[in-house]
Design a binder for this molecule. Structure first.
Ligand SMILES: *Cc1c(COP(=O)(O)O)cnc(C)c1O
Length: 392
């Protein structure tokens, strides 16, 4: 059986650095900054890239290569590069591929730091961004300019849990000869493979469900070989590489990604269904609830609905605050994708600096709660949220 015909779970478990010194069953950790050479000729040939091997861990390392190989197999990508964080992956991908004067077309609902890159830092290099709302994909083509290079999107979005039609975006990108770059963090490679819908590059914050246990930071970009080559050359010179230790942790985490994400999604759907009929809840957004505005698209492009549920409690900001102060078991934190259920109140924390109309555009309201559903028993998660809602 060829490796590429194996199932997701098998590739996640069996993709491994080959022929380790002691034939260790579990890949050892290669905590080394550099690698040695036999003689001057081997060193010359290696640096001239006539020979494929590890030179220095800023460029590559057996642990980071194993992690990248796995993500490539799981996403159906040709090649990749691993980064210290998800934001290092996002920044380096744009910085490697764009020139001064280039233009980006992006969904307005993107991760907060990504939006800050667009509004605060890229304009320093004369790179401008035009935005479309997640419910206005028909507007995307009107935003394209002669200098546009990249269409950028996340799906599902953070924190609004909106779903974008990736196939439609892929078609637009292809027709206009643009690159489609998708941040696939919320879905993980287990639930959704954007490359099959026309994405050229896929980015992950491995910090979230890929680690899944709230331990390490990491990021990765995978996709077309010639694009990854540019990203690799930029990164080997600028230094955002993933540490071998974190790569080792993340590579092990991938072995359990499928079973973890299955359970996360099962718990999230049950919580979403519970909230839908609760009198203290105005609305619930979860991709696999029939009430989600893009339910059909979610069903088409995702295997399950993911682990993030957004909902609005009654009573606006005060309702949100009372709810948070009443939570007993779930964690009040801004992270997501952990074994532990986390509740966040974007209006008073992660998105508090946004103007009211900008909050509305990205789907944030005063009483909105984002819940990253964990792996505790679902009855205990629901019980904690139920008792907090009762206090509003
Ligand atoms: C967290 C996150 C990032 C950034 O990842 P870090 O590892 O925290 O740098 C990017 N995109 C999305 C959608 C995220 O949730």
């Amino acid at each position: 059986m060829s490796k590429n015909s194996q199932h997701f779970e098998t590739q996640a478990v069996r993709t491994q650095t080959e022929k380790t010194q002691f034939l260790e069953h579990s890949t050892p950790m290669y905590l080394t900054s550099g690698f040695t050479f036999e003689d001057s000729e081997e060193m010359r040939a290696s640096f001239a890239e006539e020979k494929e091997r590890n030179l220095y861990s800023r460029f590559s390392n057996p642990n980071t290569s194993e992690f990248v190989d796995k993500i490539c197999r799981l996403e159906g990508a040709e090649d990749g590069y691993a980064f210290a964080t998800g934001m290092a992956a996002v920044f380096s991908t744009f910085a490697a591929l764009l020139d001064a004067g280039d233009h980006i077309v992006s969904a307005r609902s993107v991760f907060g730091s990504t939006h800050t890159l667009f509004t605060k830092y890229f304009p320093k290099w004369n790179i401008e961004t035009s935005y479309f709302r997640v419910d206005e994909l028909e507007k995307v083509e009107t935003l394209i300019q002669p200098n546009t290079k990249i269409i950028y999107a996340e799906s599902p979005t953070n924190p609004g849990v909106d779903v974008l039609d990736l196939e439609a975006l892929g078609k637009i990108a292809k027709e206009h000869n643009l690159l489609l770059v998708v941040d696939n963090c919320f879905a993980t490679p287990y639930l959704q493979n954007p490359i099959t819908f026309g994405a050229d590059l896929v980015i992950h914050s491995a910090t979230k469900l890929i680690d899944g246990q709230g331990r390490v930071l990491g990021g990765v970009t995978v996709g077309k070989k010639e694009l990854i080559r540019e990203i690799y050359l930029f990164s080997r010179n600028t230094g955002p590489a993933l540490s071998p230790f974190n790569a080792w942790v993340l590579s092990k985490s991938l072995e359990t990604l499928a079973v973890r994400v299955e359970k996360h999604c099962e718990n999230a759907l049950k919580l979403a269904q519970f909230l839908e009929s609760h009198p203290k809840v105005n609305w619930v957004k979860y991709p696999f609830l029939k009430s989600h505005p893009k339910y059909d698209i979610a069903k088409k492009q995702m295997k399950l609905g993911g682990n993030i549920v957004a909902f609005e409690v009654k009573g606006g900001v005060q309702g949100g605050k009372t709810f948070f102060d009443s939570i007993q078991m779930c964690s009040l934190s801004a992270n997501l994708g952990d074994t532990r259920t986390i509740v966040t109140h974007p209006a008073s924390t992660t998105h508090s600096k946004l103007a009211q109309e900008d909050k509305a555009v990205v789907g944030i309201t005063d009483g909105m709660v984002r819940c990253s559903v964990g792996l505790e028993h679902v009855d205990d998660i629901i019980a904690d949220i139920e008792q907090a809602l009762a206090r509003i």
